[in-house]
Design a protein around this ligand. Structure first.
Ligand SMILES: Cc1cc2nc3c(=O)[nH]c(=O)nc-3n(C[C@H](O)[C@H](O)[C@H](O)COP(=O)(O)OP(=O)(O)OC[C@H]3O[C@@H](n4cnc5c(N)ncnc54)[C@H](O)[C@@H]3O)c2cc1C
Length: 413
């Protein structure tokens, strides 16, 4: 909430209008931290420095970014009437980010309230290495790799991966999220040097308002298009990262009994079986397998498995027919999990992410160096997003923190 001001001070509060393009985690965390920072700004001694944030987040889709959950409800066919009715059980797949880390103190403190409420929970997953058999009828080789623990915890959002994004959006006090609103690419006429504001438009040419700051948090490829003709002073840097695609396969079974042995067994000590939650797949176009119904607070869902394909393989096939890709991935998954006609999944779905993973050119020491925020000081435009950092959820927070430093730094002058 914006702090209460005295009656005298409230006359001098300046409203700072901020547009955030993108309602993924970077956009939502940026709005959250800007609200908090600007709520702290009012200064009784110098009322002219008081600022009130009026933040609008524009999101082209109807939901919150690459934290994505797909679900399907089980249907039963009534033999008498031959009609389907829903039975109250769902398959559920976190088909974008599966979990996240919190390696810095700042991010650990940020997530603490949701850990306390149980919306975020550590996932102490048993991780294995899985080598698919070369022969269709043989089980895969499964070896223990590591057990995630609370010291280097991986967190999941419950009951769905999207729940946290929704909670962040719901907790915003003075920001508005406009879903289903696609911001049109900017041009060099949109910044008015007299008013020092930028007018944004939607794709039909309707005005979305005039803003003191524009913060773009779209994925890299979309940021390139949004800023291409805008005269953005850091445009050359947006082009630096290479984004890799990811195909994601989602599989579902009707009950635990119908799972293949590779997914159903209880003990890892038995070499032919496996009680595991996450598999790093070896020598395959599949990269990682996640057992959704083993996640904390996911016991109620029907058996659901999400498989991310290898990023480089996905990028090579990025424009191929998705049906054909689904067929290829399914054949590989069958090899990896070794199902037969009786234990085959009843549900199969596939999603193609065009911008899944960030690759930065290596520096002279051979290390990847993150870009950091891209700032056009004159126009007060910032280009941000996970890809300006390490390309993960913790980077969204880091970029939000850096954005607040830039905006409040200018406002404090
Ligand atoms: C397959 C996959 C697996 C992953 N696994 C992990 C993981 O295990 N751990 C981890 O930490 N991270 C993981 N990530 C990365 C993580 O999902 C991202 O770091 C994070 O979700 C990025 O958030 P963001 O807000 O920067 O971008 P996004 O979530 O992409 O949000 C940007 C938003 O901008 C919107 N947008 C774009 N253009 C416009 C426009 N013109 N107008 C309006 N809105 C627009 C988009 O619709 C989108 O919602 C994974 C990502 C993928 C794809």
């Amino acid at each position: 909430m914006i702090a209460n001001h005295s009656a005298r001070a409230s006359h001098n509060v300046k409203t700072v209008k901020i547009a955030i393009i993108g309602g993924g985690l970077t956009g939502l965390m940026t709005a959250t931290l800007l609200e908090r920072a600007l709520a702290k700004q009012p200064n009784q001694a110098d009322v002219t420095s008081n600022n009130k944030a009026d933040i609008t987040i524009f999101e082209k889709s109807r939901s919150v970014g690459r934290l994505a959950t797909r679900y399907r409800t089980n249907k039963d066919t009534d033999a008498n009437t031959n009609t389907d009715h829903e039975v109250n059980k769902q398959w559920q797949w976190a088909f974008g980010a599966q979990f996240f880390t919190a390696k810095t103190d700042g991010f650990s403190q940020f997530i603490a309230p949701w850990l306390d409420s149980g919306l975020l929970q550590p996932w102490c997953a048993q991780v294995v290495e899985l080598l698919p058999a070369s022969d269709d009828n043989q089980p895969p080789t499964i070896d223990k790799n590591e057990q995630w623990d609370s010291t280097h915890a991986r967190f999941v959002s419950t009951p769905k991966m999207t729940s946290w994004g929704r909670a962040l959006a719901d907790n915003l006090a003075s920001s508005t999220v406009k879903f289903k609103t696609r911001v049109a690419p900017l041009n060099d006429q949109q910044y008015n040097s007299t008013t020092k504001k930028t007018e944004l438009f939607d794709e039909d040419g309707a005005s979305l308002g005039q803003f003191d700051w524009v913060i773009c948090t779209a994925p890299n490829g979309q940021a390139i298009e949004l800023m291409a003709d805008s005269g953005f002073s850091e445009q050359a840097k947006i082009l630096k990262p290479e984004m890799l695609a990811c195909y994601t396969l989602m599989l579902g079974w009707d009950n635990l009994e119908s799972l293949p042995e590779s997914l159903n067994a209880k003990s890892l000590d038995d070499k032919s079986s496996s009680a595991w939650d996450v598999a790093y797949v070896q020598e395959s176009i599949l990269d990682r397998i996640f057992v959704e119904h083993h996640k904390p607070n996911h016991e109620h869902i029907l058996p659901s498995v999400t498989i991310h394909a290898d990023n480089e393989w996905s990028q090579q096939q990025v424009d191929e027919d998705i049906e054909e890709m689904t067929r290829q991935l399914l054949a590989e998954a069958k090899q990896a999990l070794n199902w037969n006609d009786d234990t085959a999944p009843s549900q199969v779905d596939c999603h193609r992410w065009r911008f899944a993973s960030t690759l930065m050119p290596l520096d002279i020491e051979g290390d990847e160096k993150p870009l950091g925020l891209l700032i056009d000081k004159k126009n007060q435009w910032i280009v941000s997003g996970d890809w300006c950092g390490q390309g993960n959820i913790e980077s969204c927070y880091q970029m939000a923190v850096e954005t607040v430093v830039v905006v409040t730094g200018v406002l404090g002058k």
